[in-house]
Write a protein that binds this ligand. Structure first.
Ligand code: LLP
Length: 422
């Protein structure tokens, strides 16, 4: 966990971030992750389900690094994957197919085949996101002579209070099957014996800071499950998706455990305790436990606008969330005495795009050599690119107060080679 000691020096867990960078022998930009804190967050979520059978299917897209996946698997997590690549990665890490669910609106045939052919009976569930996909999965199962374990991802028509780009459970979203279409889904399932409906799922979006919409969606799915079970026999699970918010600096009134507890309670109230609960958290397991450290390259002053810029060596190619969702991450000096005089800086990266802009921050007027961009463990490196001929940043994994693994930055030479060969 990131913290600042009494002298104003940034630490990850107990160790100074400067010291970790030195240990790793890495320059900047570099991501640092606290593996112990990631483990603790997974454990806290799992414990919140009490006696209720559950699967925490970590959304691999949030951060797919091997060190993190291995730690989460050791903590008893499964995986929610959204591509054949993520599926292959989860299997390579050693996850059993029965601990993997596969979401995504447009799975290719080869990706469906991979899911169907994993292990003896395929993965835990291919989550169907449309009637059209239902037919396609049935066709692949028939052609491979396999039974497909499937769930239907229901779009419950719920709007969450979040950036429009991360809301997925409303009528205009491309995700899931609307309740209106469920009758057709049941009919299609009836004529496709190769599809075994084992669960129902939903995921209404990310950065949720209240449990209410999440529970409202869950109750809709519980209701549908009850009806389906009465007509066609038992299901195995209900997957309510991920989307638990974290504190990006404005506070977050709920914890992932609040979602887990509320879900377990609601399942009992609905007399559906025979079903296993699945959740698909990504951000909430890793987001707060990663930081992106950048060096300050220079300042610049623009008298016409009065803007004072702080130009750092991390850009939107390293962390795209501010450019893509107007997200605000806390940016702090790596070390500053609490009494340092502050000035207002617009912090920007080196990329030739106006959106390469992290926002305005109060930072020491005498700029620090380095800054820490906080809460960057989720959708940070995972969305990084080599735009502008840049390297992918280093990743440094920390446990027990020391660096346990380093993934070096990609080299400029490898970028040049790949472009020359293209
Ligand atoms: N399940 C499904 C089906 C999803 O599509 C997602 C995220 C998750 C679970 C995990 O959601 P989480 O718990 O991490 O919120 N790049 C954006 C977030 C996009 C999320 C996409 N789907 C960001 O940086 O905020």
């Amino acid at each position: 966990m990131f913290r600042r000691d009494e002298d104003g020096r940034a630490r990850l867990g107990d160790t100074l971030i400067e010291e970790l960078l030195q240990q790793a022998g890495c320059g900047t930009p570099a991501y640092l992750y606290d593996i112990d804190a990631i483990r603790t967050s997974a454990r806290a979520l799992r414990e919140s389900f009490g006696q209720a059978p559950h699967l925490v299917a970590y959304a691999v897209k949030a951060n797919s690094s091997g060190s993190i996946l291995r730690a989460l698997v050791e903590e008893g997590c499964g995986a929610d994957v959204v591509s054949g690549g993520e599926l292959a990665l989860a299997l390579s890490i050693g996850l059993a197919p029965k601990d993997i669910v596969f979401s995504g609106v447009a799975k290719r045939d080869d990706e469906i085949d991979r899911a169907l052919l994993s292990g003896d009976s395929g993965i835990y569930a291919i989550q169907l996101e449309s009637l059209e996909e239902l037919d396609r999965v049935a066709a692949r199962a028939r052609s491979l002579s396999r039974a497909a374990r499937v769930s239907i991802r229901i779009n419950p028509s719920i709007v969450i209070d979040a950036h429009a780009h991360v809301a997925t459970g409303h009528d205009a979203a491309k995700f899931g099957v609307l309740r209106h279409d469920l009758g057709h889904a049941w009919e299609a399932l009836a004529i496709h014996p190769e599809l075994k409906l084992v669960g129902l799922s939903t995921h209404i979006g990310s950065t949720q800071t209240s449990t209410e919409p999440y529970l409202a969606a869950a109750r809709i799915v519980f209701d549908i499950a009850r009806g389906r079970e009465a007509r066609s026999g038992p299901l195995e699970f209900i997957d309510c998706g991920g989307g638990f918010g974290i504190d990006y600096g404005q506070g977050c009134p709920v914890t992932p455990a609040d979602f887990g507890r509320a879900l377990a309670r609601a399942l009992t109230e609905e007399r559906l305790s025979h079903l296993r609960l699945v959740v698909e958290p990504g951000r909430s397991l890793v987001g707060s436990h990663g930081v992106l450290v950048a060096s300050v390259i220079q300042t610049k002053y623009s008298p016409n606008s009065g803007r004072r810029w702080l130009m750092i060596d991390a850009g939107m190619n390293d962390l795209v969330r501010p450019a893509l969702y107007q997200a605000r991450h806390r940016i702090e000096p790596i070390s500053a005495p609490p009494s340092a005089a502050l000035a207002s800086y617009r912090v920007v990266g080196p990329i030739c795009e106006s959106t390469d802009d992290f926002g305005v921050y109060d930072l020491p007027s005498e700029p620090p050599p380095r800054v820490v961009i906080r809460d960057a463990g989720a959708y940070g490196f995972a969305m990084a690119s080599q735009y502008n001929g840049r390297s992918l940043p280093a990743e440094i994994f920390v446990s027990g107060g020391a660096v346990v693994h380093i993934s070096p930055p990609t080299s400029t030479e490898s970028w040049i080679r790949s472009r020359l060969e293209s």
